[in-house]
Design a protein around this ligand. Structure first.
Ligand code: IPD
Length: 242
């Protein structure tokens, strides 16, 4: 089947911009409506839900055959199922904890997969006006300008992104701290932006050299994967697999 990827791209970009306006409007509020998900540091706000609805409603109105994997829909019971049908994978606000604290590193992260391959990846932080985009085979961009990974090959002068995650499992906590302890004396620096998607975007534009995290979800990395790859980077499983 021939798909009109240009049309999909233009449509989603408009919706992402509206979503960004909503996030920017709400981020400085001191009384956000917040709910707990798996534990007291895994949160969802009403804005996460509104943004996810805005994106899914807008896309399904234009493209009724398309399917969705959305963070908040899955957490309220929808199936997380990737088929060959065009499927939008959505994290409405990646960096929800940042959003809760009005810390300006939060973004919309959305990817389109067709035949289980990424075709479009968009990461948008409206607070800092950073729009990262990629289409398969067409390169990666920041606000329309081409970007590329740093190409650095030595750990000793690398800036590494990592995250602490949203789990309260002590075993996972130990893994995070052990990795930090191991890496700290070997690198230029370690950073955690609080958003997996923005960490990956920093790697894509060469502001950081690598990013790792254990226990990530598909919506955290779906857009970032294409953006990093189109910027010349690689993605792998921590075990070394593809
Ligand atoms: C989380 C953020 C965080 C990462 C977690 C993610 P959310 O996504 O990307 O940086 O450490 O693994 O779940 O919940 O803010 O969409």
């Amino acid at each position: 089947e021939d798909y009109n990827i240009d049309l999909f791209y233009d449509t989603v970009l408009n919706l992402v911009k509206s979503a960004g306006e909503l996030i920017q409007e709400k981020i400085s509020s001191r009384n956000k409506f917040i709910e707990m998900k798996s534990n007291e540091i895994d949160l969802v706000t009403e804005t996460d839900q509104q943004v996810e609805k805005l994106l899914i409603d807008g896309l399904s109105e234009e493209f009724p055959q398309h399917k969705f994997i959305g963070e908040e829909s899955v957490s309220s019971g929808s199936q997380c199922c990737l088929t060959n049908v065009p499927t939008w994978i959505i994290d409405p606000i990646d960096g929800t904890m940042n959003f809760v604290h009005s810390f300006p590193h939060s973004c919309v992260s959305i990817a389109l997969f067709i035949n289980q391959k990424p075709e479009i990846g968009i990461i948008y932080n409206p607070m800092l006006n950073q729009l990262f985009t990629a289409r398969r085979g067409k390169g990666a961009f920041l606000n329309g300008e081409p970007i590329s990974v740093s190409g650095k090959t030595t750990l000793s002068d690398a800036l590494i992104m990592m995250e602490f995650g949203t789990s309260r499992d002590p075993e996972k906590g130990t893994v995070v701290l052990e990795n930090q302890k191991l890496l700290m004396p070997q690198v230029h620096g370690l950073r955690a932006l609080g958003s997996a998607a923005l960490d990956m975007a920093m790697v894509a534009c060469g502001a950081a050299d690598a990013y790792f995290e254990f226990g990530i979800h598909i919506w955290d990395i779906a857009a970032g994967e294409l953006i990093v790859k189109e910027a010349g980077g690689i993605i792998m499983d921590p075990s070394g697999e593809k």
